[in-house]
Design a protein around this ligand. Structure first.
Ligand code: GCO
Ligand code: MG
Length: 402
């Protein structure tokens, strides 16, 4: 089998997505997600200008060699644009392999290690009462794990809490919005949110919380300690993780489990965090972390140190990444949990898919390959629109991590 052509499809069915479609001489094609929120066209151009010409004529079954060719062969390594482009190729090739062999991708990764993939979704509200209502709604829909975010009194805009009761969407069309942030107010408030949730909901539901890189290690240590009575499933991204040893300090002070890595793009970003057992869950996304090939290696490395997976699954990752995460998640032994943010109906129509949700779990479906397609004529009717993630400033105007 040979790759005969490949092309990039950029569309915006309610939000921007970049998709790579690889065709072969046997008529089988594969799809890979290449979406990097707020920097979409950089990856589209990296793919069409620099990668696609090198793919023509190659055997799509050689996923390892093609991965190494694109990673080592470029000389310039790592970085979100490069690794997202490599991931798009890698995921499309696994899709082709599955279709050509007439089997779901999870069978090529070791088969099913579990019946279903435990997922968590996002609850939020302007205050504690609204967040409690939102958590209850998801519990009624069958979710066994829910992430809870709430507006903080005295903070005009908190991470994960949209205005006007809409569902949270990580990017806005137009130029970046700015919000103001107070760590002090947040740290004083957060324990009261989880205290109320535990009192009202009881102990069974898994509760998660995303700090979104906003604290220093010692502040994160305080938060983790103050949340211990409410036994969270995890505290996510307590602080930026470029300084991996910063997590040692958090770890020494709290038994609240720690998840990080949604902005990582290489196994090297996880190295100290995992080998020192400073984290419990690794969140590196399949689409930004070099695809199924590299995510599998990262998961296997994590398994040696009792670290489990919690792959990123926000709406800025297309249904193709969601499917890839489900196929990998059902196959690996050290799977932990999968994030599941609902795409809009229009996004789901552009990317019809075989995966499904029932009673707190997701299932990749049994379609050959990844089980996701693209309706290109519908996609064409929703062209790209520039969009950005917001930026955050402290109350005194200093730029901080959003
Ligand atoms: C999450 C994330 C996202 C990111 C988004 C950025 O845990 O789901 O933090 O909501 O902010 O993916 O593009
Ligand atoms: Mg997050």
């Amino acid at each position: 089998m040979k790759i005969t052509s490949a092309r990039v499809i950029v569309c915006s069915p309610d939000r921007n997505f970049v998709t790579l479609r690889i065709e072969t001489d046997e008529g089988v094609y594969g799809l890979g997600d290449a979406t990097l929120n707020g920097r979409e066209l950089a990856v589209a151009s990296y793919l069409s200008e620099h990668i696609v010409p090198c793919l023509i004529g190659r055997d799509p079954f050689q996923t390892e060699d093609i991965w190494q060719y694109l990673y080592r062969g470029a000389y310039w390594r790592r970085g979100p644009v490069t690794m997202t482009a490599i991931a798009a190729v890698d995921v499309a090739l696994w899709d082709i392999k599955g279709k050509a062999l007439n089997t779901p991708v999870y069978n090529l990764l070791g088969g099913k290690s579990r019946d279903g993939v435990l997922v968590y979704t996002h609850a939020n509200g302007g205050d504690i009462a609204e967040t409690l209502d939102s958590v209850r709604r998801y519990q009624q829909q069958g979710y066994l794990a829910v992430r809870a975010q709430s507006g903080v009194p005295g903070v005009s805009s908190s991470y994960g809490v949209p205005k006007g009761g809409k569902s949270y969407e990580p990017a806005e069309r137009g130029l970046p919005q700015e919000s103001r942030w107070s760590t002090e107010r947040y740290l004083n408030f957060a324990p009261s949110l989880f205290e109320k949730l535990r009192v009202e909901i009881g102990s069974d539901l898994h509760l998660l919380h995303d700090v979104h890189h906003r604290l220093t290690p010692i502040e994160a240590a305080r938060l983790g300690k103050s949340l211990e009575p409410y036994h969270l499933f995890w505290m996510e991204d307590p602080c930026p993780a470029e300084l991996q040893e910063g997590f040692e300090l958090i770890r020494k002070h709290t038994v609240t489990p720690i998840a990080t890595g949604e902005v990582f793009n290489s196994i090297w970003d996880t190295h100290d965090l995992i080998r020192n057992q400073w984290i419990d869950y690794i969140r590196m996304t399949i689409v930004h972390g070099g695809g199924i090939t590299h995510a599998r290696k990262t998961a296997d490395f994590a398994a040696l140190y009792h670290v489990r997976t919690g792959f990123h699954g926000a709406t800025d990752l297309s249904p193709i990444t969601m499917a890839a995460a489900l196929h990998l998640g059902i196959a690996i032994h050290n799977f932990g949990i999968q994030e599941h943010m609902h795409h809009t109906t229009l996004t789901d129509e552009v990317f019809p898919h075989a995966y499904s949700f029932a009673e707190g779990y997701m299932y990749p479906g049994d379609a050959p390959g990844l089980g996701v397609d693209i309706d290109e004529s519908l996609a064409d009717r929703h062209p790209y629109q520039r969009a950005y993630l917001p930026v955050a400033r402290k109350l005194d105007g200093t730029l901080t991590d959003w």
